[in-house]
Design a protein around this ligand. Structure first.
Ligand SMILES: *Cc1c(COP(=O)(O)O)cnc(C)c1O
Length: 356
C-alpha cells in the first residue's frame, strides 16, 4: 500500500502531475520540444529569481553537483559542510580528482559568513560550495549574510545546493549572486525523482571552458552550448516525461498557488512541526534563526524508540523519517515540503502523538 511520505524526498506527487507522465512521447529534436523547454526554462527563471541560463539534467541533483565541482574548479574547491549533503560535495570533488578542502561544523550548526570570509581571504580557492538547506540536520544556512561577504571575492565561483529548499523557500539567485544553484525534482518541486535543474552564470561557463577534463554527461559547457545553439535542446535524450510534468507543475506553482503563498505555507507548516516537537517534550537540532522551513530535525531528548515509531507510523499509512546517518535514533525528521497540505501534516503529527 502506498504510504503518505513524510520523508524529505521523494515527496507525494499530485495526481495531475503523475498523469502528465503518461503523455505520449514527442521527439527530442523537434520544434515541439523546443517550445516546451523554452517555457519550462522561463518559468524556472521566475522560480529561481534569475536571468541566468537554466539547464536541466536527466539525473538526480547529485549529478549536477558532481559536474559543478569538476567543471568550475581550476585551482582548489572549498566546501562548507553542515551535514551529510555538505560532505557529499567534498566526496564528489575527491572522486573526480579535484583538489578540495572541507570546513565542517558540528551537526546542527550553520555555515557562518565570517568563516566564509576567513577561508576565501586566503586566496587559495576558486570555487566554494554551500548547502542552502541541510536535509540531515534541518539547518537552513544564512545565504544572505554569506552573499554579503562573497562580494569581496567576485571571481570565486559560488555553488549552492538548494535541492531540498528551492520551490519551498524564496531563494533570489541573482540578488544573492549565486553562480551555480542546483535543485532536484523530488523535493520541494513536488515531482517524482529523476530530473535536476541548475541555473548558471555566463561567467562560470566562460571559466569552465578553460578547464580540461570536464567529463561528458555533466559537462556544463556542452549542456550550455546545446541549450544556446540548438534552442533548448540537450546533448542526449532527456527525460521527456519529467518535462511534461515539470511544465505543468511550474504553471501550478507560479500561477495557481503563487510563489509567495507557497513560501508562506511552508513557513506555517515548519512552525506547526516545531511547536509540535517542543510541546511534546523534544528539542530542535537547529538553533533559532537557522531552522529549515522544509524539514524539521527533532532531537530525541525523550529517548523514544525511533525505529519503533517509524514502524508504528508505517502501520498507520505514513512513511516516517528516522535521523540521518550518525543521527539515526538520536533524531528524527519531519518533512513539510512540496504540495503537502497543512491539515495532512497535522493529521500526521496527531498520529505521532498517539504513538509516543
Ligand atoms: C536530497 C538531497 C541531495 C541529493 O539529491 P539527489 O537528487 O538525491 O541526488 C543533495 N542535497 C540535499 C540538501 C538534499 O536534500
Amino acid at each position: 500500500m502506498a504510504k503518505k511520505l513524510f520523508i524529505p524526498g521523494p515527496v507525494d506527487v499530485r495526481q495531475e502531475v503523475l498523469d502528465a507522465f503518461a503523455t505520449p512521447m514527442i521527439g527530442h529534436r523537434t520544434k515541439d520540444i523546443t517550445v516546451l523547454q523554452e517555457r519550462i526554462s522561463q518559468n524556472l527563471q521566475k522560480l529561481f529569481y534569475t536571468d541566468n541560463t537554466i539547464l536541466l539534467s536527466s539525473s538526480s541533483g547529485t549529478g549536477l553537483m558532481e559536474g559543478a565541482v569538476r567543471c568550475f574548479t581550476a585551482k582548489r574547491a572549498l566546501v562548507f559542510s553542515v551535514g551529510a549533503f555538505g560532505n557529499r560535495w567534498a566526496q564528489l570533488a575527491e572522486a573526480n580528482g579535484v583538489p578540495v578542502d572541507k570546513v565542517e561544523v558540528e551537526w546542527g550548526n550553520p555555515t557562518m559568513a565570517e568563516d566564509v570570509d576567513k577561508y576565501l581571504s586566503t586566496g587559495k580557492y576558486d570555487l566554494f560550495c554551500v548547502t542552502h538547506n541541510e536535509t540531515s540536520t534541518g539547518v537552513m544556512n544564512p545565504v544572505e549574510a554569506i552573499s554579503e561577504v562573497r562580494k569581496k571575492y567576485p571571481d570565486v565561483i559560488w555553488c549552492v545546493d538548494a535541492v531540498s529548499s528551492m520551490g519551498g523557500v524564496k531563494i533570489e539567485v541573482d540578488k544573492l549572486g549565486i553562480d551555480v544553484c542546483i535543485t532536484s525534482t523530488q523535493k520541494c518541486l513536488g515531482l517524482p525523482p529523476g530530473m535536476a535543474v541548475v541555473s548558471v552564470t555566463d561567467s562560470a561557463i566562460e571559466k569552465a571552458k578553460t578547464i580540461p577534463n570536464r567529463g561528458f554527461y555533466f559537462d556544463y559547457v556542452n549542456l550550455h552550448k546545446f541549450v544556446k545553439t540548438k534552442p533548448y535542446q540537450y546533448p542526449t535524450t532527456p527525460s521527456i516525461p519529467h518535462m511534461f510534468a515539470l511544465d505543468m507543475q511550474l504553471q501550478y506553482i507560479l500561477e495557481e498557488e503563487g510563489q509567495e503563498a507557497r513560501y508562506a505555507r511552508h513557513t506555517a507548516m515548519a512552525e506547526t512541526a516545531r511547536t509540535w516537537a517542543i510541546d511534546n517534550g523534544f528539542e530542535l537540532l537547529a538553533g533559532e534563526g537557522y531552522r529549515s522551513n522544509t524539514v524539521t530535525t527533532v532531537k530525541n531528548t525523550r529517548d523514544v524508540d525511533v525505529a519503533a515509531l517509524v514502524k508504528a507510523a508505517g502501520e498507520n499509512g505514513y512513511l516516517m523519517s528516522n535521523g540521518y546517518g550518525a543521527l539515526k535514533g538520536k533524531t528524527f525528521r519531519i518533512a513539510h515540503m512540496a504540495d503537502r497540505k497543512p491539515e495532512v501534516l497535522q493529521e500526521y503529527l496527531d498520529m505521532l502523538t498517539s504513538k509516543l
